[in-house]
Design a protein. Structure first.
Lengths: 314, 674
């Protein structure tokens, strides 16, 4: 009940966004445990000063208290103005970890010893100087298939005195995709007139020529001999005939539960990509034209992850 | 075991310095083994930090702890009480540094450090001591900042700067708190250790006692006059009177039947006869009004010019016109006195008092008695006899010296007829003996004479070396009259003070002498004295009463409600102002360093008559410059190239070096535009 109210309040105050700049509405500040100890020491000094009628001990006590008060301002300022932006995502398989980058941008002032963490995780510490921009990768556990959004990110800082902690709970608009975990113990879902197995096929295709290597091309199709001769990095092009295209189809796996179908498809995507075999992917709602290479593989995996999620998220 | 925590190397110097600085006052005061202990700890820790030594094992730590506690007990004979307690906590604080195994320990160490800082102030409260404690605070805060900032970019200097900023910002609020937070009366009774060395006059006077004081330049008390400062030769600060002589030592005494109620008046109850008589005679006499701040002496004697009428507040007036505090003076004690001058005190001398003031030991000093008898036969009149005695001291070859030779068994005869070299107590003592032998009631007075006037404030500084002893004789019709036999021997003692008289006599150097006489240093010393004086009266003496007095001037009636409101308002105001200064110009100043650099150039050009430069591109701007000042074409091009190179490099922010170059080129360009 209370928790729900707190979450609602947070959602109003700190709505999910692609970019969040921390300001007084978004930063909370309270004494840390050491801050309480410090105040206890100040109180002891006050009692001592009163009892010994020692004005200087009282003065020292007041100085400590004022230092604490100024510490509030400085601790607040250390976070204030910090901009957090959703960065790139590193997707992963269900049960493993993905990664999300949070980009911190400092404008006009340094932000020192800022700790970033998701609930239940060890914090990562980062310091920014004026005008600096840093990306911090945070691991995210992927418990189930599909887009996984992290909880609110805790941004905390105790700099400079450590007597106070200022924190904010930031919800950034970003997510990781959890690919299905691959499975292999079932019929092959491929569908192509070539009909042969999935491995070692590239030799049988007609060699078409070379083009300059582009990031994402499979390394297996690089013309390594030419590269060794100093002709630069080129990718060999093969002409897969229309009839020989390989299609991985969701509907070819009838009778299996949805997640198992996806797990199998995932296995084959990985297998075929490993082999450098071009393939296409047909899902009920989407289709990926045949292709090959790392980028193609990732796109296929992402489609599998997004299956059933195409409209909204989660 | 988990990896040993190490204080970040950039924070370590501050932490080490803080521990040293905080321990230093205790090391100077305490037993020597504490110095060795601290050095050993610092050395071991330094080795640990360089991986050259292991963390001391549990047994070693327990042994060190027990050894420290035992050592304190052996050195001080106890574990509680301010001295022993401070020594203990200082050493334990240092020991804690040795067993720093996690960041948590570092925090605890530093926060305890704030407490240890305060113990320094238990013993010393001068202005400079407080500054020193503030320095310790700065070092501690810098360490706190340092252990907090774990980054390879962190630099030691940054921490100190941050700590200094924090502390400076904290000062105004601390001042407000100091002035406005109500001073509570002590919650429970504490007394500083009685075993502290007592300084100042003592309740007995034996040869050599006052001259011992002459070697100390410690401050005895300070006096602030309401009006003019009396001339040097009138500054006789009476402390106590000695009436009983056992042949060697003078001590305080009063006739047997004088009870406390007859001897002392505390300002409460019906005043005794002698006090009413005193007030009556003193009325419409001129007086010096002043305030005395007594330094801690651990004794009850207070000092005032003759004839004092004090404001009764923690002190009593004795019948022989000296002041006594109701408690030993352990802190700075402040009291106000009016001293009436030329009050004729014809109080008759009661017979038992007269007997006391004439008493002499049965045996001893035959030659002095003989001389007194000879004077008695010669002079009928008492005051004539006193003058004759003073003349005798002046004419015989007496010598005023701080280091008199040993006198022998008979201190009076030996001094008067053999050595003839002595300090004021010798003169006062033997003079009173002579007077009593001649039948004139007399007593020795102990106190201070003189005092250094500070021209910047109307105050006097009386140091221990101003300690003095003189005599009082009772003359019919005039009452007690002050006589200073030292003045007959060495008039300059009374005119110039001890320093003046001794330097004329070519005596040995006194503490603080020599450099204290260079004009510049003398000036500096006077400023320092004034500072200490103000510090004493404004800061140390800011008690409940003064707080009320001061606040009622601003608030009218001082009610808790008004006080709380004022405190909160002022505190909030200060925090607000600080916040405004800190966050000033933060919002729109998202301009990059390059944009700012461009604006600076545009401002410089607009001063030279090129308007609207900010709206132009770098290329247009340079074109206009070249048209207007052909000579500036080359620097303009150089600048533009540098600027554009920085502006169009996409990925990285311009480095500081590049920006500095750009700034230099802007200056050169602006210089060429003329």
């Amino acid at each position: 009940m209370v928790k729900r109210a707190w979450q609602n309040w947070l959602a109003r105050r700190l709505p999910r966004d692609h970019q969040v700049q921390l300001n007084q509405r978004r930063i909370f500040i309270l004494p840390s445990g050491y801050g309480v100890l410090y105040l206890v020491v100040a109180l002891l000094l006050f009692l001592g000063g009163v009892n010994y009628e020692n004005n200087l001990i009282l003065a020292l006590c007041f100085l400590m208290v004022s230092l604490f008060v100024m510490g509030i301002l400085h601790t607040f300022r250390n976070l204030s103005g910090l901009t957090l932006r959703a960065g790139a995502a590193r997707n992963g398989f269900v049960g493993g970890h993905g990664g999300l980058a949070v980009v911190l941008v400092s404008q006009g002032q340094p932000h020192r010893s800022v700790w970033l963490s998701w609930p239940g995780q060890d914090a990562q510490e980062v310091s920014l100087e004026t005008g600096e921009e840093k990306a911090v990768w945070l691991n995210l556990a992927l418990p189930r298939r599909g887009p996984v959004r992290p909880h609110r990110l805790r941004v905390e800082s105790r700099y400079p005195l450590g007597l106070l902690r200022a924190w904010s709970l930031v919800a950034l608009e970003h997510h990781c995709l959890a690919w299905p975990r691959p499975r292999e113990d079932a019929p092959s879902p491929w569908d192509g007139s070539g009909g042969s197995g999935g491995t070692g096929r590239h030799g049988s295709e007609a060699f078409q020529g070379l083009r300059a290597y582009v990031l994402g091309d499979s390394l297996r199709q690089v013309d390594w001999k030419g590269y060794a001769r100093g002709r630069g990095m080129n990718t060999k092009l093969f002409d897969a005939e229309e009839g020989e295209r390989l299609w991985l189809g969701y509907d070819r796996l009838e009778g299996l539960p949805e997640e198992q179908r996806l797990a199998l498809l995932c296995h084959w995507v990985l297998l075929l990509s490993e082999a450098g075999q071009p393939f296409g992917l047909r899902l009920p709602a989407m289709e990926l034209a045949p292709g090959s290479g790392d980028e193609h593989r990732l796109r296929a995996l992402d489609l599998l992850a997004l299956h059933g999620n195409e409209g909204g998220q989660r | 075991m988990a990896r040993l925590y190490q204080v970040p190397s950039h924070a370590r110097p501050w932490l080490t310095a803080a521990i040293l600085a905080i321990s230093l006052p205790q090391l100077l005061r305490g037993p020597f083994w504490q110095v060795l202990l601290l050095l050993a700890i610092l050395l071991w820790r330094a080795l640990m930090d360089r991986q050259r030594a292991p963390l001391p094992g549990r047994w070693i730590r327990v042994l060190l702890l027990l050894g420290t506690v035992g050592g304190i007990y052996l050195s001080f004979g106890r574990l509680i009480g301010p001295e022993a307690g401070t020594a203990l906590i200082t050493s334990l604080f240092a020991l804690k540094y040795l067993e720093l195994v996690g960041r948590r320990d570092a925090y605890v160490l530093i926060i305890i450090g704030y407490f240890v800082c305060a113990t320094i102030l238990l013993f010393q409260q001068g202005f400079f001591v407080f500054l020193y404690v503030c320095l310790c605070l700065l070092l501690l805060t810098a360490s706190l900042v340092g252990i907090h900032y774990n980054d390879s970019q962190a630099r030691s200097r940054q921490h100190l700067g941050k700590a200094a900023v924090l502390l400076l910002q904290a000062v105004p609020l601390a001042v407000v708190l100091f002035v406005l937070v109500p001073r509570l009366p002590p919650l429970w009774n504490v007394h500083t250790d009685q075993s502290q060395a007592r300084t100042g006059m003592s309740d007995t006077m034996a040869p050599g006692q006052v001259s011992n004081l002459a070697e100390s330049s410690a401050i005895a008390f300070r006096v602030q006059f309401d009006g003019e400062v009396p001339p040097y030769r009138q500054r006789y600060w009476r402390g106590l009177t000695y009436s009983w002589f056992d042949g060697r030592t003078w001590s305080q005494a009063r006739p047997d039947d004088w009870g406390d109620e007859l001897t002392f008046y505390s300002g409460r109850g019906t005043p005794p006869l002698w006090y009413r008589d005193l007030l009556e005679r003193a009325s419409d006499r001129p007086y010096w009004g002043y305030q005395v701040i007594m330094a801690p002496s651990q004794r009850r004697w207070l000092y005032a010019l003759n004839t004092p009428v004090p404001e009764f507040d923690g002190l009593v007036l004795a019948r022989d016109r000296h002041l006594v505090a109701t408690e030993p003076v352990t802190g700075n004690f402040r009291y106000r006195v009016r001293s009436y001058t030329g009050v004729p005190l014809t109080e008759p001398l009661a017979s038992d008092q007269r007997a006391l003031m004439l008493s002499l030991p049965e045996q001893g000093f035959p030659r002095a008695r003989e001389l007194a008898g000879q004077w008695r036969r010669q002079y009928q009149d008492d005051s004539a006899l006193v003058s004759a005695a003073l003349d005798w001291f002046g004419n015989e070859p007496f010598h005023y010296t701080l280091s008199p030779p040993a006198v022998g068994p008979d201190v009076v005869d030996g001094f008067l007829f053999n050595t003839r070299r002595g300090f004021c107590e010798h003169y006062a003592s033997s003079f009173v003996v002579l007077m009593r032998a001649a039948g004139i009631p007399a007593r020795v007075v102990g106190g201070y004479q003189g005092g250094e006037a500070n021209p910047m404030g109307r105050h006097l500084l009386i140091r221990q070396y101003d300690a003095h002893a003189w005599a009082e004789v009772w003359l019919p019709g005039r009452g007690w009259v002050e006589v200073d036999p030292t003045a007959a021997v060495a008039p300059e003692r009374v005119e110039l003070g001890l320093r003046g008289s001794l330097s004329q006599a070519g005596e040995a150097r006194l503490p603080g002498d020599g450099i204290g006489r260079l004009p510049v240093l003398f000036q500096l010393r006077q400023w320092a004295d004034l500072l200490e004086f103000r510090w004493q009266s404004w800061v140390l003496g800011y008690d409940l009463e003064r707080q009320n007095q001061w606040l009622s001037r601003w608030l009218g009636a001082v009610t808790p409600w008004r006080l709380a409101m004022l405190l909160l308002t002022l505190a909030a105001l200060l925090v607000l102002v600080t916040a405004l200064v800190m966050f000033r110009g933060r919002g729109p100043r998202s301009a990059t360093p390059l944009t700012r650099e461009y604006r600076r150039l545009a401002r410089g050009l607009s001063r030279r008559g090129v308007r609207g430069a900010e709206r132009l591109s770098a290329a247009q701007l340079c074109e206009r410059i070249a048209r207007r000042w052909p000579a500036a074409e080359t620097p303009a091009r150089t600048w533009r190239e540098a600027f554009e190179r920085l502006a169009y490099q996409q990925d990285t922010a311009p480095s500081i070096g590049a920006l500095r170059t750009l700034r230099r080129q802007r200056r050169r360009l602006l210089k060429a535009c003329r």
